[in-house]
Design a protein around this ligand. Structure first.
Ligand code: ADP
Ligand code: MG
Ligand code: MG
Length: 252
């Protein structure tokens, strides 16, 4: 069975229909890219999967490992192994990163009936993950995302993904605002993370550039709250050449 299966998903925000029948299946180990113009519903889809409370699912289902998660709170979804990296990571004033990371790590442990991490063990684990994502140790004693550069915020998100050892990561515009070196280097980190064959990711991006460094198994195009086209990695070339206008949503 798929790791994630979305069936005919319709979702609203403030009574505005945004998702209009999304269908998507993702199996273990796969990399899926979602592309599409601004406003097509990509971030909405990721937030609905994560369980953001502002959105109402009005039709359809989201199955994670075969289980419908539509009624689960976001933290429970995260404990099951879903990870969402936001397009705009939030700064949390007054909370240092280590404290925050330790809290989310331990919350997951507790929800799986496992003991909280011994602080020394946690520190060692965190250091190992910091190294993996190329963040300096000083980042753990700074407030969460406060004053971080665009690239550092994105790395901090990947750090959370690695630390929680999530099964499915949804990375919303991880490439936005990054220069070419930062993009290359974060792609390398994501590829290292994906060497764990059980993990899957959904990369949301406007740009073909990211997909030159992280090779997707599938590319989906969103338009007007639907996935209107699915192809392999070569679809990115066609999109670059022809844009999105030739792909029209299925009316319903
Ligand atoms: P994308 O990530 O593909 O650029 P979004 O999912 O952010 O698109 O937005 C999809 C649509 O939902 C847009 O038309 C946007 O204006 C609309 N939308 C997003 N948030 C709200 C909101 N709070 N109220 C009403 N409409 C919204
Ligand atoms: Mg956008
Ligand atoms: Mg978006």
């Amino acid at each position: 069975i798929p790791l994630l299966e979305i069936r005919n998903l319709h979702a609203n925000i403030n009574n505005n229909k945004i998702l209009r029948g999304v269908n998507l299946s993702i199996f273990e180990g796969e990399i899926h890219a979602i592309m599409g113009t601004n406003g097509s519903g990509k971030s909405t889809l990721s937030k609905v999967i994560a369980g953001h409370p502002s959105y109402d699912v009005i039709e359809g289902e989201i199955l994670f490992q075969g289980k419908n998660i539509c009624d689960l709170d976001p933290d429970l979804r995260s404990h099951l192994g879903l990870f969402l990296a936001f397009q705009y990571p939030v700064e949390i004033a007054g909370v240092d990163n280590q404290e925050f990371l330790e809290a989310i790590y331990n919350a997951k442990q507790v929800s799986m009936n496992l003991p909280k991490a011994n602080p020394l063990f946690f520190y060692e684990l965190l250091r190992e993950k910091l190294k993996m994502v190329n963040l300096d140790e000083s980042f753990i004693s700074r407030n969460v995302n406060e004053g971080f550069s665009g690239g550092e915020k994105k790395r901090n998100e990947i750090l959370q993904f690695a630390l929680l050892d999530s099964i499915l990561g949804i990375l919303d515009e991880t490439d936005s605002g990054l220069d070419i070196d930062a993009l290359k280097s974060i792609s390398k980190t994501i590829n290292i993370l994906m060497e764990n064959k059980n993990k899957s990711i959904i990369l949301i991006t406007h740009y073909k550039r990211l997909l030159e460094y992280i090779k997707p198994d599938f590319i989906h195009v969103m338009q007007d709250g639907q996935i209107v086209k699915t192809g392999d990695a070569t679809l990115a070339n066609l999109l670059e050449e022809k844009g999105y206008d030739w792909l029209k949503p299925i009316s319903n």
